[in-house]
Ligand binder design. Sequence first.
Ligand code: DAH
Length: 348
Amino acid sequence: MNSDAVQLDVLAVFSHPDDAELSVAGTLLKLKSRGYRTGVCDMTRGELGTRGTPEIRAEEAIAARRAALDQARSDAERRSIDLTMPSRRRWTGAVHPVSAVIDEIAEIFRGLGFAIALGPEIETDWYNFLALNFPADHPAMDLHDTLYLEVPPTVDEPGAGRLLLRTHTSPVQIRVMHASEPPIRVIMPGMVYRSDAFDPSHAPAFEQIEGLAIDEGVSFVDLKATLTHFARRFFSPSTAVRFRPSFFPFTEPSAEMDVECQLCHGSGCGACKGTGWMEILGCGMVHPRVLEQGGIDAERYTGFAFGMGPARITMLRHGVPDIRLLYEGDMRFRSQFTAARSSTGGDT
Ligand code: DAH
């Protein structure tokens, strides 16, 4: 159209009606007020690019930049980023307090040369009871105490019998004896199951750690030294321990080991029922009949065994009054064990 327009100092090119809304128009007015001759033409930008004045190209660049900035501002507003807002607290997982105690116990025994072995949670009554020298009519085998599976017993295989949820980790002793040769030093952690009510001091499913050491010449002195070392490493170097005679079918002699009450340090309190002591494990010298069921020459080898409940030990260590707290998953309780690892980092 009007080719005279290019004689003007400044031109705005509206190749599309929307361009009119760009602030180029306003800028043109400002330039005009400063004495420039301004005008509008409908040439395409391409044509203008070769023919337009430097001012026109500058105005176009300014307009494009302004449009980009406007766009960026409205994008940012849409995303509503407030960089001054405090970040949200991140949820961090943590090792369950009982698992942490199991790891710590495993680490202490690892330092004494004990390996770790695992056995099945579904066992036969042969491994769980008979191989461990329980008489066939022992009350622990009652339906009342043990959770049997409603499936036919296994037959024609070593250790066949009625299937049950193991009531203790001691059957893993037999499996380890079958699978290895002395010298044997293993701990065997795992879940065990009993037909017990869930009350402040009992859980129907809980962890145990079994221990077994077999070699030539192993004696009760080795048992006492090993378990005393363990208790002093786990609790404190000056913790007092004592062994009381007890009975288990799979050990002879058998004992229970107590540690000085961790709450009153021996003076007697409610937690230790005034005795100053807390029982932490059962132990004894492996019964020769059990060694034989495990295929080990009981004339040549002797061994000691022990079994403990890490949940009880966790309760002792942290002063937890009710075992159910460890299994209920209440975050008000559980988060007390995550504090050391919590983070205030951002969400992303
Ligand atoms: N199996 C026993 C229980 O569940 C604990 C135990 C006691 C394990 C003495 C042992 C032991 O190896 O020697 O009560």
